[in-house]
Design a protein around this ligand. Structure first.
Ligand code: ADP
Ligand code: MG
Length: 599
């Protein structure tokens, strides 16, 4: 055995293993180069999801004869003029993407160098490049990559299906397109257009065309600034959520990054308004001085390190929380749309016809819509008359109308099935789920009290000892002061155990201490912080709220109903119950007219 230096092609093939893991990674590098070249329009044309061919054309500044030859060499870049990694101002900086791609494919480049007016082309197969030749390319740069991985059979075998490779390509194009609205993007697969995004001025219209109008309508805008860091973007209302967290995008200095920090922050910010298994859609842009973030972490530049992750985390959480609180009284417009769909006649044929109850002579089951109006009104009056004196007559509700109608949730007009308040607003109607709404109100009140008076602790007669390993003890003890504020006092017990001294009295002995401690350790490790204690306490409060709130089935008079509506308007987060279900739906007059075919 003899140590020897590897040939350049092999070195490039090895680098390619990291940089271009799959066709989508090559697409990402090539688009980033086009963006760095100042392009305002980028066309991405792939065949078989990029496995057979990738062509990226841009209208950027192009390359000179020397540059086109150097571009294919490893560690050749035009993007680090000051020879330092401290100030990275372009998406590229490693100078190895083109070399890596060209090492494992058949790559040809045609470019028009704006500065000199000359056009050049070059060809490279499995790392062996030709000399540049003049050509007639009119504008920008066109890079064609054929048969990716043909020279590395091992990697070729690991290629996925065309479909999944194309999904990855599209995902990468979309991410970059979100960050650069002023650049037009076109994507085709096998000659079929898959995405066509014209250049636009603002991020919001680009995001709407990518994530759909629903997102545009149901997103809260957020903006915050801390020292030199700027955070802005759009986050979904808590009532607009998905089953997966894949629709959470973070861009750091225009770079799409996957960072578990984001998911931790999102979970923490939405903990109170969304079930753990549901995930809001959101797009956040973080702009930092380049000295505060290290992008040189990962060959594919998909990860970053922050100089001060704690402050970035708290900035993200607090601005999300602020937005949620400001939007807290709203419910998503999709809630309204699904309500409308439920009403729509075209859905009727899915519903079993009500013939059967008729046939059995069960008149009580006669659907409202089939009843004579006179019959209906008679029944309504009767039921009002039979109610206790505490129930206000309809007339009183009407009187209350003029002044309260102008409130966002309007004036209560009736209670249906002893759980739904129907209110008239200036431009439509609102149906409130009184139980869900009341639950939220009580929960918020409990939380408020807890914040004011602090968490009441309860000492354990004999401290509970939990065995851990040394690093786990360390991890936990670093967070001891924060946990103590939440009522959980911990002390190290020997080297590899902790002793629980106090617990929040709200939790009492209803929890499994061992599991709590293990979960705390896991959460701190995953997210470098924890809000598990707070969540536990909030869960208890939420259960208490559920027991303490107006059960469905309670009659309320007009005053009570209106008081509930006014209370909801004042209470943060009252648009959804503690699990992200809406507490009310709103239909505008327009919506109602649509239902009756008047529009
Ligand atoms: P990096 O982007 O990290 O510099 P690459 O290997 O991706 O490394 O590209 C090498 C060099 O080739 C770039 O620095 C740039 O000067 C040039 N280049 C690549 N693609 C383009 C393009 N589309 N237009 C103009 N120049 C390009
Ligand atoms: Mg590059």
């Amino acid at each position: 055995m003899r140590i020897r230096y590897l040939p350049e092609t092999l070195i490039n093939q090895i680098a390619a293993g990291e940089v271009v893991e799959r066709p989508a990674a090559a697409v990402k590098e090539l688009i980033e180069n086009a963006i760095d070249a100042g392009a305002s329009a980028i066309d991405i044309d792939v065949i078989e999801g990029g496995k057979k061919r990738i062509v990226i054309s841009d209208n950027g500044h192009g390359m000179s004869r020397e540059e086109i030859a150097a571009a294919l060499d490893r560690h050749a870049t035009s993007k680090l003029p000051h020879d330092t990694l401290e100030t990275i101002e372009h998406l590229g900086f490693r100078g190895e993407a083109l070399a890596s791609i060209a090492a494992v494919s058949k790559t040809s480049i045609q470019t028009h160098h704006k500065e000199s007016g000359e056009s050049w082309e070059i060809y490279c197969e499995a790392g062996k490049k030709s000399t540049p030749k003049p050509c007639a390319h009119p504008n920008g740069t066109r890079i064609e990559v054929r048969d990716l991985f043909f020279s590395t059979p091992a990697r070729l075998k690991f290629q996925k299906t065309e479909r999944s490779e194309f999904i990855a390509v599209k995902d990468c194009v979309t991410r970059l397109a979100m960050a650069y609205p002023q650049i037009a993007f076109k994507l085709t697969n096998n000659g079929e257009s898959k995405l066509s995004l014209p250049a636009v001025l603002d991020q919001q219209s680009r995001l709407s065309s990518i994530l759909g109008r629903d997102f545009g309508e149901n997103a809260m805008e957020l903006k915050s600034k801390r020292d030199e860091a700027k955070l802005w973007g759009f986050a979904a209302l808590p009532t607009y959520h998905r089953g997966s967290s894949q629709y959470q995008y973070l861009f750091v200095n225009g770079r799409a990054v996957r960072d578990k920090l984001l998911h931790g922050c999102v979970r923490s910010a939405y903990a109170d308004v969304l079930h753990r298994d549901r995930h809001p859609v959101l797009v956040l842009f973080l702009d930092l001085p380049s000295t505060d973030v290290d992008v040189n972490v990962h060959p594919a530049k998909a990860e970053v390190r922050f100089r001060d992750p704690q402050s970035i985390r708290s900035m993200i959480i607090s601005s999300l929380k602020n937005a949620i609180h400001e939007g807290g009284f709203q419910t998503a417009s999709t809630v309204r749309h699904s309500t409308l769909r439920a009403f729509k006649p075209e859905n009727d044929h899915h519903v079993p016809t009500p013939a059967l109850p008729f046939a059995r002579g069960n008149t009580a089951a006669v659907p409202r819509t089939y009843a004579q109006p006179s019959f209906l009104s008679e029944r309504v009056t009767n039921s009002y008359e039979s109610q206790s004196a505490a129930i206000a007559p309809t007339a009183r509700v009407e009187e209350a109308l003029p002044e309260t109608q102008s409130y966002p949730l309007g004036a209560a007009r009736a209670q249906l099935h002893e759980n739904y308040i129907v209110a008239q607003t200036e431009s439509g109607m609102v149906i409130v789920d009184q139980h869900a709404a009341h639950e939220r109100l009580i929960y918020e009140r409990f939380k408020n009290q807890m914040q004011k008076n602090g968490v009441v602790k309860q000492g354990l007669l004999t401290p509970e000892i939990i065995d851990l390993d040394e690093t786990q003890v360390d991890v936990l003890m670093q967070h001891a002061p924060a946990l103590s504020k939440m009522g959980l006092e911990l002390e190290p017990f020997g080297k590899d155990a902790v002793a629980i001294q106090t617990v929040p009295s709200l939790l009492g002995d209803r929890i499994d201490f061992k599991r709590l401690i293990y979960n705390l350790v896991d959460e701190i490790r995953d997210f470098e912080h924890t809000n598990l204690m707070e969540n536990h306490l909030n869960e208890v409060l939420s259960t208490m709220a559920c027991h303490g709130s107006v059960r469905s089935g309670r009659r309320m008079n007009a005053e009570e109903m209106n008081a509930l509506l006014r209370q909801m308007e004042k209470t943060p987060l009252s648009g959804q119950c503690n699990h992200g279900r809406p507490t009310y739906v709103e239909l505008s007059l327009k919506d109602i007219e649509k239902l009756f075919g008047r529009r």
